[in-house]
Design a protein. Structure first.
Length: 213
């Protein structure tokens, strides 16, 4: 395929994914169909199947760039941590906060789709091959996150806590605050996600780091 063909293919995929985001966000996973997505994209149903195997494949493709970006951001975080750029436990916790906010800024819509996937337990209805793709990238990110927490404990920046549970607390706080604040935004038109996240992570940090000071 020549360069022009590659560009056209990329543009077509982006058109399909943009249409899919619109439909999935509006109707959810179960209420959405390939026919509707094709109609919004202005193409035939068959054209979608040239690029995506099925609805599962298309749905997961909307989350994969976000998950891959999360892994890249985590790798940078770990690198900066290894270079001693974080001197206190508070800086480590706020580092996680900033990393999560980067994810939100990167693609808020994909994050909403990821939340729907988790809330509706959709991993039980998608193909095993697709579940495996998600599990592998999630496992990598989890390992990096836990390594940062474990190293912080070894250095005395954080108290002796369960790294797995702490990561769950941080991730749960992030996803929960995003959901609550976005619901409020639909009513008030005011977005307080960033300041609320910073406040919540400060509370977590104060509780953790008090025992190490």
């Amino acid at each position: 395929m020549n360069r022009k063909g590659v560009i056209k293919k990329k543009e077509r995929i982006e058109e399909i994914m943009t249409a899919a985001k619109t439909i999935f966000s509006k109707k959810g996973y179960f209420g959405s169909t390939i026919d509707e997505i094709a109609k919004v994209a202005g193409i035939s149903k068959g054209t979608i199947y040239l690029y995506f195997k099925n609805k599962d494949d298309l749905y997961i493709s909307l989350m994969m760039p976000l998950l891959e970006e999360f892994e890249r951001v985590l790798i940078d975080f770990k690198k900066n941590f290894s270079n001693n750029q974080y001197k206190t436990g508070d800086e480590v916790i706020q580092g996680f906060c900033e990393m999560f906010m980067k994810q939100y800024r990167y693609d808020a819509e994909a994050l909403r789709i990821l939340q729907i996937y988790q809330l509706l337990n959709l991993h039980s209805v998608i193909k095993e091959e697709t579940r495996e793709r998600l599990w592998l990238i999630g496992k990598k990110s989890r390992i990096i996150s836990e390594d940062i927490i474990c190293d912080s404990i070894k250095l005395g920046l954080l108290p002796k806590v369960n790294p797995v549970q702490l990561i769950d607390v941080l991730m749960g706080t992030f996803l929960g605050i995003v959901q609550i604040q976005e619901n409020k935004y639909r009513i008030s038109g005011k977005n307080h996600i960033v300041e609320t996240l910073k406040y919540c992570f400060s509370l977590i940090s104060n509780g953790l780091c008090r025992s190490t000071s």
